[in-house]
Design a protein around this ligand. Structure first.
Ligand code: AHR
Length: 504
């Protein structure tokens, strides 16, 4: 037997990167497929509450602790008339929904969604339609949501049964406006001007809001980076965040190459930080723009088959990717990437939350279960709160089809001073070998291993289903231990690890 694979880390409480903004663990519900109807909401379901929302689904969302949920789209928002979704249910119109070519009943709208989210202790990140609409609809929706009373739209909200303003703080100025698939696609200058004017009007209604401008739909867009620069030229002083979106998939069925794709996400963030800071310099601005990674996930399983969906159905099964064990590893790697950029990424939304490319799946009238990707998301949200530290890492490297020098060890470290806890998230990307992790933690005197959670599986294609909901399930029999300020742990091949240390 040759030498075992070994990675070394040094973690020191002085090497602080940033405080984690809890909104890094946000998610997204779009009026798309069965995300709303048959997902969070199903009036006929035996577990529906008095408002028609499924309590089994709500319990799974509560388990994760989702700080903020983006709504109502996504591509959907670019054709949405928010007025269709408020007021008496019986008079709401059924519409052709053009983004996904379905029928939208408007049974659930702004008020129902916000009420539901707040019950789950989640804030709502609201998107306005800058595709078919513009300044007027956006400022009216904001007045409807946030103005206390005594104006047309605030009084309309009150007449709909919501006496208190919703106080929605974070607003997206449209969605993916560079994409040819977007209803009302715009050039960067058209969008930049519209976003700046919409922002101006919205801030006049409510100066306390935060605004997100649309970046590129993904890094491979032909207008990538120029789009961001041009949009920020118009909007820099008017907005607080620039959005990033990305989805990855194992399209070539090559696990090593697939798991290396988090390097693309890392580069994406670095490049967008550079563009933001270039515009900051150009404008001699005092303000530093932050990033909102408001759509990220794995999405590829259903891309081809969804093309065969018959149009104009209500809530068809759309984008229902059955996530495999290796997808959970990829999601873990993306979470680690986000944490390691916590100094600039303040918001991130796992897209999405229920049924459509989601960690939670349901059957209409039946059960709800956790997909494989539920677990890294759960662990990061539960244990990844506090201060991100910068670990010094030496890891063996590998080359894949598209990437070179890919570290086998992916890791992020979060210190929670209040709980006296240190958490190491670690992914071993080796397909064949256990990786021995040696980590110097001597600045955390008296800390002992509380728990070493491992997500591993013999079959990279293993999935959880309604019949076998726990086929891929984490255990806490990892062997991490600390002696004399040195942590040692064996990270099984292809595994997601959460090593929790606590002050003894
Ligand atoms: O999340 C699914 C879709 O992906 C969203 O509607 C859109 O914004 C993105 O292209």
């Amino acid at each position: 037997m040759g030498n075992p694979l070994k990675a070394k880390m040094t973690v020191d409480k002085q090497f602080v990167l940033a405080e984690v903004d809890p909104r890094l663990y946000s998610s997204f519900i779009e009026h798309l497929g069965r995300a709303v109807y048959g997902g969070i909401y199903e009036r006929e379901h035996p577990l529906a509450d008095e408002y028609g929302f499924r309590q089994d689904v709500a319990a799974l969302i509560r388990e994760i602790g989702v700080p903020m949920i983006r709504y109502p789209g996504g591509n959907f928002v670019s054709g949405y008339n928010w007025e269709d979704g408020v007021g008496p249910a019986a008079s709401r119109p059924q519409r052709l929904e053009l983004a996904w070519r379905t029928l939208e009943s408007n049974e659930v709208g702004t008020n129902e969604f916000i009420r539901w989210a707040r019950e789950l202790q989640s804030d709502v990140m609201m998107a306005v339609n800058l595709g078919t609409r513009g300044v007027d609809a956006a400022r009216n929706l904001l007045e409807y949501c946030n103005h206390p009373s005594g104006s047309y739209y605030s009084d309309l909200r009150i007449s709909h049964g919501y006496a208190q303003p919703h106080g929605i703080k974070t607003w997206c100025l449209g969605n993916e406006m560079d994409g040819p698939w977007q209803i009302g696609q715009k050039t960067a200058d058209e969008y930049g001007r519209l976003a700046a004017e919409t922002a101006k009007a919205m801030r006049l209604v409510d100066p306390s809001i935060e605004l997100v401008a649309c970046g590129s739909s993904f890094r491979a867009m032909p207008t990538y980076a120029q789009w961001e620069a041009a949009v920020l030229d118009h909007t820099y002083e008017q907005v607080d965040y620039l959005s990033l979106h990305t989805y990855y998939g194992n399209t070539e069925n090559d696990t090593a190459n697939y798991l290396a794709k988090s390097l693309d996400m890392d580069l994406f963030i670095r490049e967008i930080v550079a563009v933001c800071d270039y515009i900051k310099a150009k404008k001699r601005s005092k303000k530093t723009l932050q990033l909102s990674f408001d759509e990220w996930n794995v999405w590829f399983h259903t891309l081809e088959t969804d093309k065969n969906i018959t149009p104009w159905q209500t809530a068809p099964a759309q984008l229902e990717d059955p996530y495999t064990f290796e997808d959970a590893l990829m999601v873990g790697s993306m979470l680690i990437t986000l944490l390691n950029h916590a100094d600039r990424v303040k918001i991130a939304c796992l897209a999405q939350l229920v049924n459509a490319i989601a960690p939670i799946m349901t059957e209409n009238g039946g059960s709800a279960w956790r997909q494989t990707i539920f677990y890294p998301y759960l662990h990061a949200s539960l244990y990844g709160r506090g201060t991100v530290l910068r670990p010094a890492i030496t890891s063996p490297l590998y080359d894949s089809k598209e990437y070179t020098d890919v570290p086998l060890l992916d890791s992020a470290v979060v210190m929670n001073a209040e709980k006296e806890e240190l958490v190491i998230f670690a992914l071993n990307k080796s397909l064949e070998e256990t990786l021995l992790l040696e980590c110097d933690v001597r600045s955390f005197q008296d800390y002992r291993v509380e728990e070493h959670i491992v997500l591993e599986h013999a079959d990279v294609k293993a999935v959880n289903t309604a019949a076998h909901p726990n086929h891929v399930y984490p255990h806490n029999r990892g062997n991490a231990r600390v002696t004399g300020g040195q942590l040692e742990a064996a990270l099984p091949k292809l595994s997601w690890n959460v090593i929790r240390l606590r002050r003894a």
